[in-house]
Design a protein around this ligand. Structure first.
Ligand code: B16
Ligand code: MG
Length: 231
């Protein structure tokens, strides 16, 4: 049973589907280096920081580059990614994301963002949901990338909630590992066959009610029900 007192959210693949733009940009990098990324390579790139993702791409292609070239490739990929997400709007939010954030806010459950992306503040701004997060921890605040637990531990600390009382919503294997390493309850968003280390897996935030059957609830919700009963 987990009666969570805070919710931490990954960004790409949980709140908004920007993973497709990350992967398209890495595919162009690979093509220019003379190899092709397979569809299944996407899972390895999700949730990991920009330079770690580049290292994985180069490893897949069996390509070695010097540090200056690596920096240039990462910068070029990011420019393409930023260009691709230029037109992002609230309509691009994944189903249930805004409703859950607003629901938690109305129940007094603190919310935090724990994203590897240095573009997270820009994306939150475009989506118009920055004020629904009590804390934002991203790739520019934290240097240790997922699967290191730092991004989520920093989120819990900013919210003033013990790690064991936090639920993390994550779509990436590296992110689920990071949540588990932080001693938090990891809820996978996506395929249970991929996110095998998560405490529970749901298809999206629109299905969050299904977590009660896995013993995962939010303390704020329980307090609200009690308050209602005694009103
Ligand atoms: P950037 P998340 C992650 O975001 C992406 O899943 C991952 O594919 C990307 O490499 C990483 O952000 C870094 O992003 O290049 O924008 O700094 O899933 O942790 O929200
Ligand atoms: Mg993600």
């Amino acid at each position: 049973m987990t009666d969570a007192r805070a919710a931490l959210f990954d960004l790409d693949g949980v709140i908004v589907d920007t993973a497709v733009h990350h992967f398209a940009a890495w595919r162009r990098t690979a093509e220019e280096l003379g190899f092709t990324l397979a569809d299944e390579d996407d899972e390895r790139l999700k949730g990991v920081g920009r330079m770690d993702a580049l290292r994985i791409v180069l490893e897949i292609g069996g390509v070695e580059v010097d540090d200056a070239t690596a920096a240039r490739l990462a910068e070029q990929k990011n420019a393409r990614y930023v260009d691709a997400i230029g037109g992002i709007s609230p309509a691009d939010m994944l189903p249930g994301a805004q409703a859950l954030l607003e629901d938690l806010r109305s129940r007094g459950v603190p919310t935090g963002l724990g994203s590897a992306s240095r573009n997270a503040p820009l994306i939150l701004d475009r989506l118009g949901i920055a004020d629904l997060f009590d804390a934002v921890i991203d790739g520019s605040t934290v240097t240790e990338a997922k699967p290191h637990p730092r991004v989520f531990l920093a989120g819990a600390e900013a919210l003033g909630v013990a790690p064991a009382a936090c639920v993390v919503f994550e779509d990436a294997i590296a992110g689920v590992q990071a949540a588990n390493a932080a001693g938090m309850t990891a809820v996978g968003i996506g395929d249970p066959a991929v996110l095998t280390a998560a405490a529970a897996v749901i298809p999206g935030l629109h299905a969050v009610d299904a977590l009660a059957a896995h013993g995962i609830t939010f303390a704020g919700a329980a307090r609200t029900r009690l308050e209602e009963e005694h009103a």
